[in-house]
Design a protein around this ligand. Sequence first.
Ligand code: PGA
Length: 252
Amino acid sequence: MRKNIVAGNWKMNTSFNEAIELAENLKSLENTFDKNTEVIVCPPFLYTKTLIDIFYDSSIKVGVQNSASNEEGAYTGEVSAKMIKSINADYVIIGHSERREYYCENDEILNTKLNLVLKNNLKPIFCVGEQLEDRKAGNHFDVIKSQIINGTFGLDKEQFANIIIAYEPVWAIGTGETASPEQAQEIHLFIRNLISEKYGNNIANNISILYGGSVKPNNAKEIFSKTDVDGGLIGGAALNANDFKEIINSFN
Ligand code: PGA
């Protein structure tokens, strides 16, 4: 069956020393984490290797928040999937709404990134989510459907089986407002059904679909209790080791 996963997205937060302290705090709490949950931490690029070294004897996995849409070469400031693999990171967040919105990453670019990440044997966490206007207009299903189809359905079965999806309604990110557990379940099931139509039941049932958007210790249990919610992509609450631990331990 599919894995429960809790991934922390630190975004552009923490100094180097704060990152080390947070990682060490997490490591010291690790023996209290639910053993059936895959725990992933995605720090800013600059600290990735340091965290990999800190977690070398731990089950906590390290990911990054983005990767380049080209393989290598003259792309100033970019970090390629091959480089990420070369330091033994495991996961890459692709298509976070902040990347889509502030860095103009469209479905085509994201699809290219996804292919490069898979080619380098990294595990993508592919994010989708509607804006508030889409939900108000009742277009949320269409938006999610086109993000999933255009972003991921070019993959073959074997590739698709290696991805993780994160549903993050943009209106719930960093706003303190979460989707209700029912709203999350509705979209997660919708995504799983789309996957099932394209790749079959077996793959659909084994893909982990995470929810993201203001998940906190006080709402994680209710959200994670939903059948098609397999964990969370956590922003703000991942910056506090105790809050992150409580979220990790929120599966029934
Ligand atoms: P948040 O962020 O938990 O701070 O809302 C979630 C995310 O953007 O992944």
